[in-house]
Ligand binder design. Structure first.
Ligand code: PLP
Length: 375
């Protein structure tokens, strides 16, 4: 299998796997129990929190473990709207469904208005428009992702953060795709709230966290036993938490090396795609901009572009398309619909990781030639 779908999820790192196997054996106590077995698990969780906080240069008390980023986002959106009396949410048309659907729920059930900041077809965000929108409303909540999961677009989180501070608006930056890929991600950009899913950077599935800056206080979404300092009740996923901490350690330890390696894979593939397939469209300028592991292309009709993903799948190559399939009808995703002039032609997202190789890129290029040039 050639796996180029690392924006969807990643292979577990072997060091993470070993850590998790060890803690599953040794740390089975309920972290809320008062006895030694419970304390043992509690210490594991708090040590993991400190490791993650250390990597991100934030306080351990600003991190609240959740089952995934979707839960962190839902907690943040519902909690902030209630606790801050938010009257307007300012967002973009290309957020992940974890955000768009949570906002839709709020919009349906409360008087909160929703405004969208303009973006152009290269996914450049109109900061002046954001400022206009902020100027209209005192109690605004800005929800703008850091990196887009389909096109790799990086929005200017530091500028957004600066504007939010100036207008006293709350800022949630969804950093799921950029977490584990850049140093100083929180200190450089300063969002009030962010979220993480460990499986996007070689950690386990089913674990993530909500980051709340120490000045941001919101109501919890899930109440119960009062775990996570009352912010997220439910017995902690201690194995997942330890696995996520190890994934952070490994990602931060090897970050410069892996970033260079993956960036080189991306540049090589872009160059070869351009050379071999003239006229391919690099959506949102993903050839030259954005996350260093994502390329999103549309394949024009001059090529044999029908059933591309299925044909690649038959050849054991895993990639994603820019489409959503509902009841058998394939539509362009909401992200590509917001960005592209022509959504009628198929799009493919290639997303790489440290486990990919140049040999794999060459194999995929040969397979693409075979598929796209076949009459
Ligand atoms: N936000 C972004 C940008 C994502 O890419 C994803 C997952 O693909 C999520 C949020 C939700 O993450 P999860 O499904 O792990 O909760």
């Amino acid at each position: 299998m050639i796996y180029f779908d690392n924006a969807a999820t990643t292979q577990l790192d072997s060091e993470v796997y070993e850590t998790m196997c060890r803690v599953m054996k040794d740390h089975y106590g309920n972290p809320s129990s008062a006895h030694a077995a419970g304390r043992n698990s509690k210490v594991l969780i708090e040590d993991s929190r400190s490791i993650i906080a250390g990597c991100l240069d934030v306080k351990p008390s600003e991190i609240f473990f959740t089952s995934c980023a979707t839960e962190a986002i839902a907690t943040a959106i519902h909690g902030a709207v209630t606790s801050y009396g938010i009257r307007k949410i300012i967002t973009t048309a290309i957020e992940h469904h974890a955000v768009t659907h949570a906002i839709e729920d709020i919009h349906k059930n409360t008087p909160v208005q929703v405004s969208f900041v303009r973006i152009d077809k290269n996914a450049n965000l109109d900061l002046e428009h954001l400022e206009e929108l902020l100027n209209e409303e005192e109690k605004a909540f800005v929800i703008i992702m850091h990196a887009n999961n389909e096109t790799g677009t990086l929005f200017p989180a530091s500028e957004i953060s600066k504007l939010c501070k100036e207008y006293h608006a709350l800022f949630l930056s969804d950093m799921v795709q950029s977490m584990g890929k850049y140093e100083n991600i929180l200190s450089d950009h300063g969002p009030d709230i962010t979220c993480c899913s460990a499986h996007k950077f070689h950690g386990p599935k089913g674990i993530g966290f909500l980051y709340l800056n120490e000045n941001t206080k919101i109501a919890p979404l899930i109440s119960g036993g009062g775990q996570e300092r009352n912010m997220r009740s439910g017995t902690e996923n201690s194995y997942g938490i330890a696995g996520m901490a190890k994934a952070f350690e490994v990602a931060y330890r090897d970050m410069p090396k892996n970033r260079e390696y993956i960036s080189n894979l991306k540049s090589y593939f872009v160059e070869k795609l351009k050379l071999n397939f003239p006229g391919l469209i690099f959506n949102a300028s993903s050839d030259s901009k954005g996350l260093y592991n994502i390329i999103n292309i549309s394949v024009p009709d001059v090529y044999n572009n029908k059933l591309l993903l299925q044909k690649l799948d038959i050849k054991n190559i895993a990639v994603s398309g820019g489409s959503a399939c509902n009841s058998g009808v394939v539509n362009a995703s909401h992200v590509l619909s917001a960005l592209l002039a022509n959504t009628g032609i198929p799009a493919i997202r290639f997303s790489f990781s440290k486990y990919n190789t140049v040999e794999e890129l060459d194999t995929v290029l040969e397979v693409l030639k075979d598929i796209l040039f076949r009459k």
